[in-house]
Design a protein. Sequence first.
Length: 135
Amino acid sequence: MNHGCICGSIIISSSISISSNSHEVTAYGVWVSEIMCQQTRVEAVIPYYLKWMKSFPSVYDLANATEEEVNSHWAGLGFYRRARMLHAGAKYVVKEHGGVVPHTVDELLQINGIGRYTASAIASMAYNVRVPVVD
């Protein structure tokens, strides 16, 4: 069974938006949750997601974090490459998109670490783009 979009939906609906730009928080939140849920159970991800979003509530906050800060928040989830790609992706989004997570699958696919499934999940869940999400 695929836990990706299910994971994103559960996590996003269980968290509180802590930014006035709720569309961005949602897109960023979907991105973070989808990456965290790769090869990790939903139940295990939720506390990590909540802690992550408290420490890095926006793409800007993540982009400005040190690698050590990112890794310390990821500790326990394993597969640290996911954290490195998410961190690098946040830096790219800040530099190339002014900190706004792109709306289209094609633009999202330009971000290292985001594949078709994650791009589709972000576009459909955060921006209501009608795109199939196929794993």
